[in-house]
Design a protein around this ligand. Sequence first.
Ligand SMILES: CC(C)(COP(=O)(O)OP(=O)(O)OC[C@H]1O[C@@H](n2cnc3c(N)ncnc32)[C@H](O)[C@@H]1OP(=O)(O)O)[C@@H](O)C(=O)NCCC(=O)NCCS
Length: 172
Amino acid sequence: MDNLSLDKARLSDSLRISILLKTVYIQAYAIEGITFEFANFIEEKFSKEKIEEKIKENPDNLLVCHCNGNPIGIAEIIYNSECPIRKIATPELGKLYVLERFHRTGVAGHLMQKVEEITRLKGYKELNLEVWENNLKAIKFYEKHGYKLLGKVDFPMETNTYVNLVMNKVFK
Ligand SMILES: CC(C)(COP(=O)(O)OP(=O)(O)OC[C@H]1O[C@@H](n2cnc3c(N)ncnc32)[C@H](O)[C@@H]1OP(=O)(O)O)[C@@H](O)C(=O)NCCC(=O)NCCS
């Protein structure tokens, strides 16, 4: 693929990251169309202003993969997270979103490798993540990268509650 790069998110990327997150979210989860709860969720969580806030507060935590200078994938690391199953402090992969057009090209694998490398360099020994139990593509992807099931948690939204798998990888 042409001219790929992987860097920390810059403030000037905020609008495009916001659009990327909204697009990938809807492609992945809106299996019954754009419900109110999904529309409200992405407007709140993935607004340009929220992304700007995140980048200003924790400039190291968002990684962006660009193709020819344009964002195509993003990963977020949350260091001050707690494992919902074991109730202990555990860093978490908060997001791994790649535009559908760039799936199966290794972009997600590249982001995952970088996330693990950075987390390890900071001295952490493991990484957690949550994934919706029906997101089979992502579950396969995480299993391929060595993540194992720890348990399940509820993810309540406005009207529906979704079940997420909690997965974990202990670094070698
Ligand atoms: C999950 C996601 C990041 C994986 O991206 P990707 O570009 O397919 O990943 P890569 O090309 O790096 O890796 C491909 C691996 O993922 C898994 N995979 C991806 N798509 C798959 C599919 N349709 N069926 C089965 N396995 C799949 C396989 O293990 C595959 O390895 P293989 O090609 O050797 O079989 C991507 O599907 C995505 O952004 N989905 C929408 C957002 C999302 O669900 N994020 C995770 C939320 S927790």
